[in-house]
Design a protein around this ligand. Structure first.
Ligand SMILES: [Zn+2]
Length: 169
């Protein structure tokens, strides 16, 4: 299946594999069956668990970008090539693309013409991928050639900010 809406799930920081959980929502109001999704560690004693989301890709990307995630050496973003770029170049690219996606969403919102469902999901998924990429960047460059001024609390804060952003979307 397509990586874009079926991202691979990162291992847990404890070294164990993590899995996606799908749980039916109890919503008597709607006939349409809806589900909650989250990622959790396979090791019961670990207790690491990601955010509960209403889309599987959202739950996976949120887990992958969280502090529960064992970040891989390299990540593949299905719609963005970051090979050979340094941190600043990637950050600029991410920033540009985010701006573009946000303005696309705002334009549709203001005009009162909602985007087609498929386009809307694509847009949301791209933003979620970029959120993951940003957290990965913080982690990756901190652990390789990062500036010594970046301490843990700053990383925590950045993670927190992008988690909040992604839960608003
Ligand atoms: Zn674990």
């Amino acid at each position: 299946m397509d990586l874009f809406l079926n991202p691979e799930i990162n291992f847990c920081t404890c070294g164990c594999e993590a899995r996606l959980i799908k749980n039916p929502q109890n919503s008597p109001k709607s006939d349409k069956k809806r589900f909650d999704y989250w990622v959790e560690c396979l090791d019961d004693s670990c207790k690491n668990k990601g955010h509960v989301e209403n889309q599987s890709w959202k739950a996976i990307l949120s887990w992958n970008g969280s502090l529960c995630s064992d970040f891989p050496e390299i990540i593949e973003i299905p719609f963005l090539s970051i090979v050979g770029l340094n941190q600043e170049e990637i950050e600029n690219k991410v920033h540009e693309l985010e701006k573009q996606l946000q303005s696309q969403a705002n334009k549709s919102y203001k005009s009162g013409r909602p985007l087609p469902q498929k386009t809307y999901i694509e847009l949301k998924a791209k933003l979620a991928w970029l959120g993951y990429l940003k957290n990965w960047l913080n982690y990756y460059f901190k652990n390789t050639e990062a500036s010594p001024s970046e301490d843990d609390s700053e990383i925590h804060q950045k993670n927190k900010v992008s988690n909040e952003l992604s839960s608003q979307q």
